[in-house]
Write a protein that binds this ligand. Structure first.
Ligand code: FE
Ligand code: CA
Length: 512
C-alpha cells in the first residue's frame, strides 16, 4: 500500500506550536530544495495509550542527509482519521544533527486497540501519511490479533517484494528480528549494489540505513503498521558477540564501532527513548502487552552474550563440540536480561506468550563421522543458557509459549525441550523461524541433513525467501509461511508455502 501524500490542513500547525517544548529553534520557515522525507515515516513500540512516531529529514539521503548542522523544528500530528479531521495529538519535535535529524515522537493519550494516522511537516515540506495502531487495552481480549515477523534483508541479494505484500495485509503489528541492514557484500546473483564498502563510522552506518530505507516496499510496510524491532549481528558486524568480533579483533576499537552502529540503528527505527544508546550500550529488550491476547518478550541476544566457544576468537561457524561450549556460566542474554525474562515469564497471564528473539532456539546437530558439530553463533553455542530459559518456561508455565526467530534464512518449525536428546522429554514451547526477506539460504544438502538428524525440527525449507504471518485467536495460533516467488525479480508475487497451527493449551505445532 502506498499511502497518499497530503498537505497539512491550514491552521493545524498553530496548535502544534503551542504544544511545543520551550527552547525549540524556530526561525524562518525552511525552504527545502528537495524533499526531506525521502526515508518515509514509521511507527513502533505500540502501547495501549501511545506509540512512537518516526521520521528523518534527509534531502540527500546517501550523502550524510544533506541537512544544515543545526536543529530543525518538525511539526507532527496524529489523528483518528486519515483525512486528519479529528486530530488528537500534535506538537513540535526537534530534529537535531546529533541524531541525523531523525525524530522519535512519543505520542500519548491515545485510545487502545484502534488505528491512528500521523504525519510530519518541516518548513515547506510535508511527509507521507503513516497509519499505526495502539495495543488493545489491558484486561480486554480482542477477537483476533494478527502480526508478521521478518528478518535478514540483504539489499543486494534481492528485492523487498515481501514487504510490498506484507503492507497490503490487515495486520496489527510487525516484528523485526534483526539483520535490518547488512554491513557487507556477499552472496550470488546480486541484483543491486551497496555501492560502498563495509561501514565502520557513524556517517557510513547512516548512509547504509538510508540506502535500505529508500526502498519503497520497506517504506510501505513501515507506513502501514507499528513495528517492534530488535537487532542481530549484521547491524554491527558478522557474528559479533558482546565486545568480540572476528573482523575487528581489538575490543576497544570494536566497541567504538558498535557505538556508531547502535546509534545509527536507533536513529532509523521507531524505538522508544529508553532504547537510545549511551555509547556502545543500549537497552532494547522489552515486554510489550496486547490486552489479554498476547505478550511479546522482545529479546537482545547479541549485546550481552559470552564470546563464541571453541574457536579461539575466530569466526564461529559450524565446528566440532568442545568442553567450553557447555560451561554453565555461558550466557546468551546476559544475567540481567535472563533474570528479567524469568520475572516476565512468571508475571505474564496472556493467552499467548511470544518470545521474540533472533535465531533458531532448537538444537541442530550436524554429525560428521564420529563428531557432533554445532553452529556456534546460535543457541547451540550457549546450550545451558537455552536450558535455563526453557526451565524458566517449565517453572512459570506461561500459557501457550511460542518462540519466534530469524537469522537462519530458512523456515523452521521446531519443538523446544530441555534436553533434545531425550525423546520422552516434554515439549515446552513451539518454535517458528521465518525465512529471510532476501538473504540467501542454506543449501538443500544442509537442510536435508538438519531434518534427518534432528527430530525436534518438524519442518524446514531453506530455498525460499519471505516472512511469516501469525493469526491469533483465543482458540489457536495459525502461522503462515509466506514465500516470494522469485526474490531476484522486482514486484514478484508472494504465495503461502505452508501453514501450521498451535491449539490453545496444546504445546507443539501441527500442519494446518
Ligand atoms: Fe541474516
Ligand atoms: Ca544473523
Amino acid at each position: 500500500m502506498r499511502l497518499p501524500r497530503r498537505r497539512f490542513l491550514a491552521g493545524s500547525l498553530a496548535a502544534g506550536a503551542i504544544a511545543g517544548p520551550a527552547g525549540i529553534v524556530r526561525g524562518q520557515p525552511l525552504a527545502f530544495a528537495s524533499d526531506p522525507f525521502t526515508l518515509g515515516v514509521a511507527s513502533g513500540s505500540p502501547r495501549e495509550d501511545g506509540v512512537v512516531l518516526w521520521t528523518r529529514l534527509a534531502p540527500r539521503p546517501l550523502e550524510g542527509g544533506g541537512m544544515p548542522d543545526s536543529p530543525v523544528a518538525v511539526d507532527w500530528q496524529i489523528a483518528e482519521d486519515e483525512r486528519f479531521a479529528r486530530v488528537v495529538g500534535s506538537g513540535i519535535a526537534q530534529a537535531s544533527p546529533e541524531l541525523a535529524h531523525a525524530v522519535h515522537v512519543e505520542a500519548k493519550g491515545l485510545r487502545p486497540g484502534r488505528h491512528y494516522w500521523y504525519r510530519f511537516r518541516a518548513g515547506d515540506a510535508s511527509s507521507p501519511i503513516g497509519r499505526t495502531r495502539t495495543a488493545p487495552a489491558a484486561g480486554s481480549t480482542p477477537s483476533q490479533f494478527r502480526f508478521a515477523f521478518a528478518s535478514c534483508q540483504q539489499y543486494e541479494q534481492g528485492y523487498f517484494s515481501a514487504y510490498r505484500d506484507m503492507a497490503k495485509r490487515d495486520l496489527d503489528l510487525v516484528v523485526h528480528l534483526g539483520d535490518y541492514i547488512y554491513e557487507k557484500t556477499w552472496g550470488s546473483q546480486l541484483v543491486r549494489q551497496h555501492g560502498v564498502g563495509i561501514p565502520t563510522t557513524l556517517p557510513e552506518f547512516r548512509d547504509r540505513y538510508a540506502l535500505y530505507k529508500l526502498d519503497p516496499d520497506l517504506q510501505a510496510a513501515h507506513a502501514a503498521f507499528p513495528w517492534l524491532a530488535t537487532w542481530d549481528d549484521h547491524e554491527v558486524a558478522d557474528d559479533y558477540a558482546n565486545d568480540r568480533s572476528y573482523t575487528t579483533r581489538d575490543p576497544a576499537q570494536f566497541m567504538k564501532m558498535r557505538a556508531a552502529a547502535y546509534q545509527a540503528y536507533y536513529e532509523h527505527l521507531p524505538l522508544p527513548a529508553s532504547a537510545r544508546p549511551r555509547g556502545p550500550f543500549a537497552t532494547i529488550y522489552e515486554r510489550y502487552r496486547f490486552g489479554d491476547m498476547l505478550d511479546v518478550m522482545l529479546l537482545d541476544d547479541r549485546q550481552y552474550r559470552s564470546a563464541s566457544a571453541c574457536v579461539g576468537g575466530g569466526r564461529p561457524g559450524t565446528v566440532p563440540d568442545c568442553p567450553e561450549r557447555t560451561l554453565e556460566a555461558r550466557t546468551m542474554l546476559g544475567m540481567q536480561q535472563e533474570q528479567w525474562l524469568d520475572r516476565q515469564l512468571a508475571a505474564t497471564n496472556a493467552r499467548w506468550t511470544i518470545v521474540a528473539q533472533q535465531t533458531l532456539m532448537a538444537e541442530l546437530v550436524r554429525p560428521k563421522e564420529n563428531e557432533r558439530r554445532f553452529w556456534l553463533d546460535g543457541w547451540d553455542g550457549y546450550p545451558n543458557a537455552r536450558r535455563r530459559l526453557l526451565e524458566s518456561i517449565a517453572t512459570h508455565k506461561p500459557r501457550n509459549p511460542v518462540v519466534i526467530g530469524g537469522d537462519r534464512h530458512a523456515f523452521f518449525v521446531a519443538d523446544l525441550k530441555r534436553d533434545f536428546a531425550q525423546a520422552s522429554e516434554p515439549v515446552l514451547a513451539s518454535e517458528f523461524v521465518g525465512t529471510s526477506i532476501t538473504s540467501q539460504g542454506p543449501s538443500a544438502a544442509s537442510m536435508e541433513q538438519a531434518l534427518k538428524f534432528n527430530p525436534q525440527l518438524k519442518y524446514g525449507r531453506g530455498d525460499r525467501r519471505g516472512y511469516a504471518t501469525v493469526d491469533l485467536t483465543a482458540a489457536r495460533c495459525i502461522v503462515g509461511f509466506e514465500a516470494v516467488d522469485d526474490v531476484k525479480q522486482k514486484d514478484s508475487a508472494v504465495h503461502r508455502l505452508a501453514t501450521f497451527v498451535v491449539e490453545d493449551g496444546v504445546t507443539g505445532a501441527k500442519p494446518a
